[in-house]
Design a protein around this ligand. Structure first.
Ligand SMILES: O=P(O)(O)OC[C@H]1O[C@](O)(COP(=O)(O)O)[C@@H](O)[C@@H]1O
Ligand SMILES: [Mg+2]
Ligand SMILES: [Mg+2]
Length: 372
């Protein structure tokens, strides 16, 4: 059933109206899920406001501003920005109170967080990256929030036992919903509740997210790829091969020219790919053997992977479908490749056939494209 079936052409439903529409598919639904999604949307609107105010939110004075790092380091060993911490607090506060959540986990919290005693406890788990791309805050480039909704194990709900990390370690295929907010020139919320991917634009005049991009589809082919090329010396052979072939363009084995992009804000790259296709790679590499990839499985790779698959694209580690990976820890890192299906499948094929070498000059070799 198309998501907007009950709306006439030219009508533009709000997020609330859209969610009510979706709920018709589940006549027994309690409404908790819709309430949770609306709380997440409210958190995103609030963060959008803080991001948009930028330096104006702070008193004048050196080092007081929006992109300033704090002296706090998160569990990943990354220095937290003021806005990382603020966004995390906003997510926690706005989603904890109404009885739809059992617990929360986030990039910015070492441990999961059970809903505190005294507040009603619900059946969902919310996992989030409150501010993705936060290294871009001080240069005014798009950032975003990413979230994933899981169901708490039924026996934990029934028994009321304390949650454990293990309750969160569910494969991406178990996600009930996922999405992101993008704080760019316009603020957008892009979600999937398991019935396609739908984009909403924040109308600041009325304070509502309006459905502007229903039923997004990632084109299966592309001539655009995104990777941080400064890591090229650490790439594994399948990734080297793929990028070399793209760079060789029309004269190489692909027979067509490619464009390269790198925003260093994955949420913005995911959005571009949902709008016009492309392939994003932050693959497993040899940079730091202790870190099998840069991005985090539960609150970056899985929600974006869910959106890609729901939009007809693909998300993978290179070796297996992302949504099939069973997590082993809350902050697990993983190699992530997503976007246009045919390109992601090609990269997966290169992982299965690493011995095959491209018949092009390697990108960074002595006589490669980046050297004379
Ligand atoms: O600095 P690099 O290596 O290009 O990494 C950029 C990547 O790091 C991230 O910013 C990680 O997310 P956080 O900002 O939430 O830590 C991604 O959005 C982005 O793709
Ligand atoms: Mg992130
Ligand atoms: Mg972050």
């Amino acid at each position: 059933m198309p998501a907007t079936q009950h709306y006439r052409d030219g009508q533009r439903p709000t997020l609330t109206q859209f969610l009510i529409e979706q709920r018709r598919r589940y006549p027994g639904a309690s409404g908790d899920f819709n309430a949770l999604m609306l709380d997440v949307a409210l958190a995103c609107k609030t963060i959008a406001r803080a991001v948009a105010r930028g330096e104006l939110a702070y008193a004048p004075g050196a080092g007081s501003g929006v992109g300033t790092s704090t002296d706090q380091v998160n569990v990943q060993g990354e220095v937290q920005k003021k806005l990382d911490i603020l966004s995390n607090d906003i997510f926690i506060r706005m989603t904890e109170w109404a009885g739809h959540l059992a617990g929360q986990a986030s990039e910015e919290m070492d441990e999961h967080r059970a809903i505190p005693d005294g507040l009603p406890r619900g059946k969902y788990l919310l996992v989030f990256d409150p501010l993705d791309g936060s290294s871009n805050i001080d240069v005014n480039v798009s950032v975003g929030s990413i979230f994933s909704v899981l169901r708490a194990p039924q026996e934990a709900i029934d028994s009321g036992r304390p949650l454990t990390d293990a309750d969160f370690l569910q494969p991406g295929s178990s996600q009930v919903a996922a999405g992101y907010a993008l704080y760019g020139p316009t603020t957008m919320l892009v979600i999937s509740v398991g019935n396609g991917v739908h984009g909403f634009t924040l109308d600041h005049d009325v304070g509502e997210f309006m459905l502007t991009h229903p039923a997004l589809q990632v084109p299966p082919d592309t001539q655009e790829f995104a990777i941080n090329a400064s890591n090229s010396r650490f790439w594994e052979p399948p990734i080297k091969r793929f990028v070399d072939e793209c760079m060789a363009g029309q004269t190489g084995p692909r027979g067509k020219d490619f464009n390269m992009r790198w925003i260093a804000s994955m949420v913005a790259e995911a959005h571009r790919i949902l709008m016009r296709g492309g392939v994003f790679m932050y693959p497993r590499d040899l940079k730091d053997p202790a870190k099998p990839g840069r991005l985090r499985l539960l609150y970056e790779a899985n929600p974006i992977g869910f959106l890609m698959e729901q939009a007809g694209g693909r998300a993978s580690t290179g070796r297996q479908a992302m949504l099939g990976v069973v997590p082993t820890s809350l902050h697990q890192r993983i190699g992530l490749i997503f976007g246009s299906k045919n390109e992601v499948e090609r990269i997966e094929r290169y992982h299965r056939e690493p011995q095959e070498q491209p018949d092009t000059e390697p990108l960074f070799a002595v006589r490669g494209l980046f050297r004379d």
